[in-house]
Design a protein around this ligand. Structure first.
Ligand code: IFM
Length: 454
């Protein structure tokens, strides 16, 4: 169906949600900031990875990105003008510490302090993510998240940031999408640091979760009225067929993709099924680790993009379960299926399985190829419809009693989409990377009209 003939979806009204519902956009440091060599920032694993030929599809890097480091006032103005009441950003660790055990870099601290003041001046509640994948390269050189000492280094970052910003930032997300840090970065290898070792990936996942659990009480100690949580990328899962082998494969995948992270966070330890399947690849877990990981949190962040369909495939490492490419007409430019109902289904499942307290959708969005018309308009109907339909699903979840308290669209602006470089655009706001001009796409204008109830 062509874009122009797509039927207009029904969307809820802002007033269908509670008055204090949070409406935000999310971004991350490496994807938008640029200014890679400015004010004492050191190399991150993504700088190193991007500099390695063949790693990034268009050969690019985040060195300049959206130049948000310098243009943040304009970006925050856009957020305010859209009518957002919250903004999710992440902290670039390489701006804060340039060596193990060193002193925090004042210029890095001051940048985030200015940024947070800018949010508050514009009525945007700041939501800080401590780790959105840009590990300093000097830590990777010592083994990265595979090394237990990286947990201590992370706690130094958490301490420095919460001391600096805790008088103004009350909402802290320790990690964004530990699955990607651990499995994509260390087993699938198409994200930094680009390793392909399953045992390492599982050890990384353990250290990431441990660093989360140890950071939570530290955040509380440094920040009056802190709300601390973590953001996971989750998918509702479907078996490829009713064949018991596909169903069993889906259950194995689920145990790693979903329960491996959620079970320990909510005090149940690692799923026995996975420990049994991975044998000697299981991570080293020291006494007290599981208790630390299960530190009570104030909210759970859920990042939802699409459902996954799983087939049995005995030769497919590590669990003999393969994610099938999507079928059907509705697929984004990332090749991801569009299924808004999957979001309501996922949120209901998380609530039923874990009762995590308030849930925030900390990312949801879509990637399409955008065309800038001669008059500057960007008619991104499919992204606009994706947003409208997912807000419909969000409303369904709320009506079903799931305690969802906020929604952050991914992303405010087009940005560096990791291994895809700048070839994939998720922004509600278009970036012309030659001129750094920002232009609202139709999706952004729709979000504005929704938020301002125009
Ligand atoms: O761009 C990413 C983001 O960094 C993490 N979540 C998924 C987004 C889209 O791929």
């Amino acid at each position: 169906m062509s874009t122009s003939t797509r039927p207009e979806p029904q969307a809820p009204q802002r007033t269908d949600f509670e008055q204090d519902f949070l409406w935000g956009c999310a971004t991350s440091s490496y994807q938008i900031e640029g200014a890679a060599n400015v004010d004492g920032r050191v190399e991150s694993i993504w700088d190193r990875f991007a500099a390695t030929p063949g790693r990034i599809r268009d050969g690019s890097s985040g060195a300049v990105a959206c130049d948000h480091y310098h243009r943040w006032p304009e970006d925050l103005d856009i957020g305010r003008d859209l009518g957002l009441n919250a903004y999710r950003f992440s902290i670039a660790w390489p701006r804060i510490f340039s060596e193990v055990g060193g002193k925090p870099n004042q210029k890095g601290l001051d940048f985030y302090s200015r940024l947070v003041d800018g949010m508050l001046e514009r009525g945007l509640q700041p939501w800080a993510t401590l780790y959105h994948w840009d590990l300093p390269q000097y830590l990777q050189d010592r083994g990265g998240w595979n090394e237990r000492s990286t947990v201590d280094a992370f706690l130094e970052l958490a301490d420095a940031m919460t001391r600096k910003l805790g008088d103004r930032v009350k909402h802290w997300i320790t990690h964004n999408e530990p699955w990607c840090t651990a499995i994509i970065g260390n087993f699938e290898g198409w994200h930094a640091p680009g390793l392909t070792d399953f045992k390492t990936a599982l050890q990384v996942s353990h250290h990431v979760l441990l660093s989360h659990g140890k950071a939570v009480p530290l955040i509380r100690a440094n920040v009056p009225d802190a709300k601390a949580g973590i953001s996971l990328s989750l998918h509702p899962l479907r078996a490829a067929s009713a064949d018991p082998r596909d169903i069993a494969a889906m259950e194995r995948h689920d145990a790693l993709r979903y329960r491996w992270f959620l079970d320990p966070l909510y005090g149940r330890g690692y799923p026995a099924r996975i420990l049994e399947l991975v044998g000697a690849d299981a991570p080293a877990v020291l006494p007290g680790d599981l208790e630390a990981i299960a530190a009570p949190t104030d909210f759970l962040g859920v990042n939802y993009y699409f459902p996954e369909t799983i087939a049995d495939d005995p030769g497919h490492a590590p669990l003999g379960a393969r994610v099938l490419p999507p079928q059907g007409e509705e697929i984004t430019a990332m090749g991801w299926p569009v299924e808004p109902a999957g979001m309501a289904e996922l949120l209901a499942r998380v609530e039923k399985d874990y009762r995590p307290g308030p849930i925030y959708v900390t990312e949801n969005g879509s990637c399409y190829e955008d065309v800038v018309a001669v008059d500057g308009r960007i008619e991104d109907t499919r992204r606009r419809h994706y947003l409208m339909r997912h807000l419909g699903a969000l409303h369904d979840a709320v009506k079903a009693g799931v305690p969802v308290k906020g929604y952050f669209a991914w992303s405010l602006v087009d940005n560096f989409e990791w291994a895809e470089g700048y070839l994939k655009r998720f922004g509600l706001v278009h970036i012309d990377y030659d001129t750094q001009q920002r232009r609202l796409k139709d999706s952004a204008k729709w979000y504005r009209s929704f938020l301002k109830a125009e």
